[in-house]
Design a binder for this molecule. Sequence first.
Ligand SMILES: *[C@@H]1O[C@H](CO)[C@@H](O)[C@H](O)[C@H]1NC(C)=O
Length: 325
Amino acid sequence: MMMKFFTLLLCLVSYFGCVQGLYRPVVLWHGMGDTCCGKESMMKVQQVIKDLLPGIYTYSIMLGDDENQDKKLSYFGNINDQVEQVCQTLKNDENLKDGFNAIGFSQGGQFLRAYVQRCNDPPVHNLITFGSQHSGVSDIPGCSNNDRLCQLMRTIARRGAYSNYARSHIVQAQYYKDPQHLDTYLQQNIFLPDINNELDNKNETYKTNLKSLNKLVLIRFTEDITVIPKETAWFSFYNSEGVLLTLHEQPLYNEDWIGLKDLDENGKLEFRDCEGAHMQISIEYLQEEIIIPYLSFDISGEINSNLYDNIFEQARKKLSLNIQE
Ligand SMILES: *[C@@H]1O[C@H](CO)[C@@H](O)[C@H](O)[C@H]1NC(C)=O
């Protein structure tokens, strides 16, 4: 009650401050084969966030001029160029100028991490990644039967993920890591070895920027068979003998190539499980495990007093999500 009164008073004193900027904005980056604006996927996610946090600004990343191009560019393109474009777009968005929270779905997760490491202007506060391929994949992801773009991507990539064409034109090839041929991977892959600071010349900016996050939340899907290995969502990967190493068993962590150890030691690195297959996220999970703990604080760090009323109201609605890989 007291809290509400106080909020009201603040609203009267600074009307504009209350109308906008109460919650930190949220930026989404969709996964492979999905788009910025699918009714049952990214649009729905934005709606669920807005229902719980009224007045919040959300932006779902779109590459190209329309939804079709956006989907195509999730398979075909140079991810370094795509990240650079996103850096420009986010920098030019007036609503984001004081920073934002970010949620990456599947490959969108490692791409948002690249945004943080390379640009981070405006800065990300909490970065949440769902089933992302942070340490790469040891097989090119499978396709649903009717997705011809995906099948085309897969045909080209499987002919040679590190070939001249695929390595700079197929998005999934740019996070393909063959544990049997790590040398080739390091020499030929144009994205992942760089962003994970696996090369001899380590970029200190990557580390400084990633360390500046308030929270890095890594979500793994317990029944994921799309992403191999599923533990790449937690930065685990195979060594050349095929043994799956946890993050803590790798130099990436022990020599702190990108700041993960620093985040971990400061309680800012979180490993979470989401029950189910790749991208099977329930509305309840989104509300209870993501929105409330990571997105519901306003810029000053307070919990907004309307939140609890909204939670009860939302709990009565039945909703469902359908998010692509
Ligand atoms: C390190 O990364 C930053 C941000 O992308 C870039 O501006 C800088 O040129 C890089 N430094 C080196 C030595 O590559």
